[in-house]
Ligand binder design. Structure first.
Ligand code: F0G
Length: 463
């Protein structure tokens, strides 16, 4: 950590060396784009988006050191030098024995659950990310979310809302029997719960509990550096411990991890799977060869492995992490000041607006989250993602009766090292105008939808 900053402004700790122009659009143009896209923001061309907050995954800016490393990429099929650099970096930072590269996080998940899970098994997690849940369920196993109650309450300001509920975990183990639980996962930070961190104390306690029953612990490590930095800022005893040391300690309680390098790997593509167990690693590598590639590249180019190796070091820089979480905090506090109800406190990578509370005049099945998302794009060209009934609502295929999702959220995810504070100020200005006009925002109805993952392809019209 640098000297305690005595200036209030947290600056972007980098200069801009290469730029991609933003194409300005008018409200009239955007209205037309919306109509052409049937009010589905996934169908808007990226060139027609001013500020793209759809996801923080693979959308970050790489550093000059990463681009330089890309030129060193060794594209040998077997035993490439780039793999050696990648492997030694991951081992050094995470501390696991076996490192298996994959093309992204979900590929690591598929391999892990294929090898470790059987039909009828149960996998607990604080909150499964969608692809994690899907991969568990695809094996015929059950994915159970056991985050603490505060983690489900948007207004609660608990410092570690991603924590696992230990009583519920022990109860589950006793109910189904340890033999049916091939592994337990912890997602750091808890994306589906608002990007909220998990405390070291909680990780340690989960490990202790699992030891009692002989159950392995795996991390979904996508945003591990952001989680470690929250521990440093919020957990007693870690104020003066360096982030790399905190990371080492976190992973020392695990038997392995899955990772999407598109997040805290600061890369545009890539992921990996780690384990300490030789037998498992062998089976995982056999599967890897079947669908991803030879174990020294795993579906990635040598240059991608280089970019990840450099990114994993850069993400541990505390000036970077301070800037990173300050950006989310600045956006979250700005929205709160305007009057927006958001998931509190601001998480590591995104802000989640509670659209149901914001737009009480729109019934859940007229999709308040979708309505807010569309309005942010219409007024200011900002693209966000609905995480509500469009994404999670269920239509009974026989009766056509629709059950809404549990919450109606809109996520504003911040790509890493991409936007400046004036971009965020612009988002806040647009949000203020949307807020002032919130009572006139219409609901939407779906005119066409596929039977699953409908949010990507559905067509809408205003009610
Ligand atoms: N786990 C978590 C917690 C994630 O957030 C993601 C991706 C994955 C696993 C899967 O990784 O995309 O590399 O296959 N989250 C992105 C998002 C897509 O927008 O939150 P992947």
């Amino acid at each position: 950590m640098p000297d305690k900053p005595h200036f209030r402004t947290v600056i972007e700790p980098f200069i801009i060396k290469s730029v991609q122009p933003i194409r300005m659009t008018t409200t009239e143009e955007r209205e037309r784009f919306l109509q052409d896209a049937h009010y589905n923001l996934f169908k808007i061309e990226a060139q027609n988006v001013l500020i793209d907050l759809l996801t923080d995954s693979g959308t970050g800016a790489m550093s000059s050191e990463q681009w330089a490393a890309i030129m060193r990429g060794d594209e040998s099929y077997a035993g490439s030098l780039s793999y050696q650099r990648f492997e030694s970096t991951v081992k050094d930072i995470f501390g696991f024995t076996h490192v298996i590269p994959t093309h992204q996080g979900r590929a690591a998940e598929r391999i892990l659950f294929t090898v470790m899970c059987k039909e009828g098994n149960v996998v607990p997690n604080n909150t499964h990310f969608d692809t994690t849940r899907a991969n568990v369920e695809y094996r015929g196993a059950q994915a159970i979310d056991l985050v603490i109650d505060e983690g489900r309450d948007p207004a609660s300001r608990h410092p570690f809302k991603g924590n696992m509920n230990l009583e519920k975990l022990e109860k589950l183990i006793n109910n189904v029997g340890a033999k049916k639980i091939p592994l337990c996962m912890i997602t750091i930070t808890n994306n589906s719960g608002g990007g909220q961190p998990v405390a070291m104390e909680n990780i340690k306690a989960v490990r202790k509990l699992l030891n009692k029953y002989g159950i392995p612990l795996y991390f979904d490590a996508c945003r591990f550096a952001e989680n470690a930095f929250f521990i440093k800022l919020r957990e007693k005893g870690y104020e003066n411990i360096s982030v790399p040391e905190i990371v080492k300690e976190m992973f020392s309680y695990g038997d392995g991890c899955t990772m999407s390098a598109k997040k805290d790997g600061l890369a545009n593509i890539g992921g990996f799977l780690c384990t300490n167990e030789g037998d498992l690693a062998q089976q995982e590598k056999n599967l890897l060869i079947l669908t991803e590639g030879f174990p020294t590249y795993g579906g990635l180019a040598g240059r991608d492995l280089e970019a990840i190796a450099v990114g994993l070091r850069e993400v541990l820089d505390e000036d970077y992490l301070l800037y990173r979480i300050s950006e989310a905090k600045y956006l979250g506090e700005g929205l709160t000041d305007i009057g927006y109800p958001i998931v509190q406190p601001p998480g590591g990578h995104a802000i989640y607006i509670d659209a149901k509370a914001l737009l009480p005049h729109i019934p859940q099945l007229q999709y308040p989250g979708q309505a807010l998302s569309v309005e942010l794009y219409r007024r200011g060209g900002i693209r966000t993602v609905e995480i509500g009934s469009v994404m999670f609502g269920k239509v009974d295929q026989k009766t056509r009766v629709e059950t809404p999702g549990a919450m109606e959220l809109v996520r504003l995810a911040l790509p890493r090292r991409v936007h400046t504070q004036s971009h965020v100020d612009y988002v806040l200005e647009v949000a203020k105008e949307v807020y002032a006009n919130r009572e006139s925002i219409p609901g939407y109805r779906i005119t066409e939808q596929p039977p699953f993952l409908r949010h990507f392809m559905a067509k809408f019209e205003p009610v």
